[in-house]
Design a protein. Structure first.
Length: 746
């Protein structure tokens, strides 16, 4: 059988294997040393977990909890070998991480011979400085998570769970992984200054890009926090605010490094401090004075009262308490430390202020260091040519687009004109005339910002430049040689794009409906709705079952994650009729549906009626009956009834709202037949429907084959009921409720 890889690819893979073998043979004598380091890291981690780390993490978890909540919180092992396997897994990971530096060190000669190591020597103090800075930032991020974020977060999560009737009994694996991964994410987030500074210094990403796209960075921080931190607003803010401040500090460092790189002279920190001695001195007085006022004028007492009201165990002690230093001396030391911190910040500001002067060519006189993005239109036209000579077309377009986004088309036009003028001068020679002999170096005459060209002409110029090298893939996909693509895949692409374009102008309303319903559902569950549902269902447990149902949470944020998922589900249900209403004209024009827009009300009413009817049936009879049967069966077998919160609540959802969805399937099939989907399509496409239902069940049910089939079978049964109902309504397909639509005939 012919190979799927061509000869060049096979040869490259073979050469790679040979290089890897040669590389391993060359460092074979040193691999034993690397393995010893790995083994030491593994054993040390294994020992530390058993003797110190578990207790430390447990104390961190309970450190800020009120005594009543701390007494109810526990960490359990759910399998016999869970703890030792977790220790081994963490030990292996730490051992590998510890062994990487010595592996790189012993293989440096081989890496240098293969061109994978810098040929020019790098000063060790620079490497040490970068390593210490990276390690320090990582340690600060982890320390923030361990000593500030986790104590407050666990206190809130445990208290919220108990109020909802959910026992905070965490699985040791889930609890440990949650702490470790969240601490790791804080540590990695602490590397942001190094990452942004390195990318800016190397030119991979321009500093101006990080500066101008700060809004996108803030959104990305909140999205990143939504993935790695609990989904409640309080912990989201605790996650986001430090990272936003760190992003600002990263921009500051990148500004320092990039300006120093672009400048012809070195920047003197001491000179900057002397130039702004009044600010630096005032910062020192302010830092020391705040500490003195905090201890001498009731600041410590007021803050401790607030912490006491918040049920926090943290307290600010008297100066010197625990260090064996008298209060007066301790206050002086604290004031000096904070004064030094304020002086450091003020000095950094002084350097930044001088760098702003540098960027305008004032102090160091480097025209290429001018930040064109900070200039106005007049400043762009007056800036020296050197500021544009080092630009490429992508940078000029990015600056012009940023100006357009800021509603400053005159500045965007000036940037493009200056860039083209400098480029033409560089090609023709200094002072040479253009081809027409006019000597005009402007790119085009667009009539100025308010002339005939105007902003539309400028937008067209920018868009035309940015699309010079773009391909015609989509046009080839959507058009054939005859210009008629309605019968191929391009036609479907055009249909879908047309429908989505019709919704684009209504996107704000759709997002508003989705966000409002989701926020309302989450707020109701968050403020007691979850406890109400849990208590109501528990009250339906048979009277002979003593103690009711004990519901626990194995993961610290398990209940909150369920609330978010359930709220998203309700938001999708709520936004569906609104999206259908706005998309109906486009759907009808492209042949997907037939009938006037009033049918949207029929759709919404019928589906909502089926959903509410099924929900009422499930909540009143099916859910209590099923839960009561499960509880009774377990109690008669002398079992302790303890359910995981996510499994219990999703069982409630499946037996209530799920019944409504089952009822909606036949209703939706009748409605689709009324819009042009014939009976024979439903009958002949049952295989595709089965595969689709199984995929949906695999995503929305627990990762278990049995539960997947338990969800698939009722859905297929409902689909069969819908086919039977359509058989009766359409007389076996002889009289559909509506003629087949264009899409079905296609």
């Amino acid at each position: 059988m012919a190979s799927a890889l061509d000869e060049d690819t096979q040869q490259s893979l073979a050469e790679g294997r040979e290089s890897a073998k040669a590389f391993l043979r060359s460092i074979q004598k040193d691999l034993q040393k690397v393995f010893v380091v790995f083994l030491l890291g593994f054993l040390a981690t294994f020992w530390a977990l058993r003797t110190y780390v578990w207790e430390f993490l447990y104390n961190v978890t309970k450190s800020n909890m009120p005594p009543a909540i701390a007494a109810e919180t526990d960490v359990i092992a759910t399998t016999p070998f869970e703890v030792i396997l977790l220790q081994a897994k963490i030990g292996l990971i730490v051992g590998v991480i510890v062994a990487i530096p010595p592996l790189i060190y012993v293989s440096r000669d081989e890496l240098r011979a293969r061109g994978a190591w810098p040929q020019s020597p790098i000063a060790r103090w620079k490497l040490a400085g970068i390593g210490l800075l990276g390690g320090g930032l990582f340690s600060v991020g982890v320390a923030y998570g361990v000593y500030a974020f986790f104590p407050i977060m666990f206190s809130f999560l445990a208290g919220f769970g108990l109020e909802a009737g959910i026992q905070p009994t965490y699985s040791i694996v889930m609890w440990t992984e949650f702490i470790v991964f969240l601490s790791l994410s804080f540590g990695l987030a602490g590397q942001m200054p190094l990452l942004i500074t390195g990318l800016s210094y190397s030119g991979i990403v321009q500093y101006e890009t990080f500066r101008d796209k700060w809004r996108y960075a803030i959104v990305a921080i909140f999205v990143f926090g939504a993935v790695f931190s609990p989904p409640d607003p309080f912990t989201q803010l605790m996650w986001a605010f430090p990272l936003i401040a760190l992003y600002g500090f990263s921009l500051y460092l990148a500004k320092l490094v990039v300006t120093a790189q672009r400048s012809s002279d070195r920047i003197d920190v001491l000179d900057a401090a002397r130039n702004h001695w009044n600010v630096v001195g005032g910062a020192a007085v302010l830092g020391g004075g705040l500490v003195y006022a905090f201890y001498e004028y009731g600041g410590r007492t007021a803050l401790n009262d607030l912490l006491r009201l918040a049920n926090s165990n943290w307290r600010f002690l008297e100066p010197g308490a625990g260090f064996g230093v008298d209060p007066v001396t301790a206050t002086a030391i604290y004031a000096a430390v904070w004064a030094l911190a304020f002086v450091t910040v003020a000095t950094l500001w002084a350097v930044y202020a001088d760098l702003d002067t540098t960027s305008a060519g004032y102090q160091y006189g480097d025209p290429a260091a001018i930040d064109v993005g900070e200039l106005d239109a007049a400043g762009v036209r007056a800036a020296p040519d050197a500021a544009f000579a080092e630009m490429d077309e992508g940078e000029s377009l990015a600056l012009a687009q940023a100006a357009i986004d800021d509603d400053d088309p005159e500045k965007a036009e000036a940037i493009l004109d200056r860039f083209d003028g400098v480029r033409e001068n560089g090609e023709n020679g200094d002072g040479s005339e253009d081809a027409d002999g006019s000597g005009d170096t402007g790119a085009t005459d667009s009539g100025g910002a308010g002339g005939a060209g105007g902003q539309d002409g400028l937008m067209g110029t920018v868009q035309d430049r940015t699309s010079r090298a773009s391909s015609t893939f989509l046009s080839e996909l959507t058009e054939d040689e005859d210009g008629d693509a309605e019968d191929d895949i391009g036609g479907y692409y055009k249909d879908v794009r047309f429908i989505f374009d019709s919704l684009r102008s209504r996107s704000f309303r759709l997002v508003a409906v989705f966000g409002s319903v989701m926020a309302a559902a989450f707020t109701w569950l968050y403020l007691g709705g979850l406890a109400t549902v849990r208590n109501d269902l528990e009250s339906r447990v048979p009277a002979e079952i003593e103690g009711g149902i004990n519901i626990i949470t194995l993961h610290p944020v398990e209940a909150l994650i369920f609330m978010v998922k359930f709220s998203i589900l309700l938001g999708i249900v709520a936004v569906f009729p609104v999206a259908l209403y706005y998309a109906w004209p486009a759907l009808r024009e492209r042949g997907f549906v037939a009938g006037r827009i009033w049918q949207v009300y029929l759709w919404a009413g019928a589906l909502l009626g089926g959903l509410l009817g099924g929900f009422a049936l499930g909540y009143a009879y099916i859910a209590p009956g099923l839960i009561g049967w499960l509880v009774t069966d377990a109690r008669l077998a002398d079992m302790v009834i303890t359910y995981q919160v996510s499994d219990f609540l999703w069982l409630v959802v499946y037996t209530t709202i799920g019944i409504g969805f089952l009822a909606d399937i036949p209703i939706a099939m009748v409605l689709l037949n009324n819009t042009g989907v014939p009976y024979r399509t439903f009958r002949n496409r049952w295989r595709e429907v089965t595969v689709g239902i199984m995929l949906v069940a695999a995503v929305f049910t627990p990762a278990d084959v049995i539960t997947m089939f338990l969800a698939t079978l009722p859905l297929m049964a409902a689909y069969g009921v819908g086919v039977g109902l359509l058989f009766l309504v359409t007389f076996g397909g002889r009289r559909n409720l509506s003629p087949p639509s264009k899409v079905v005939e296609r």
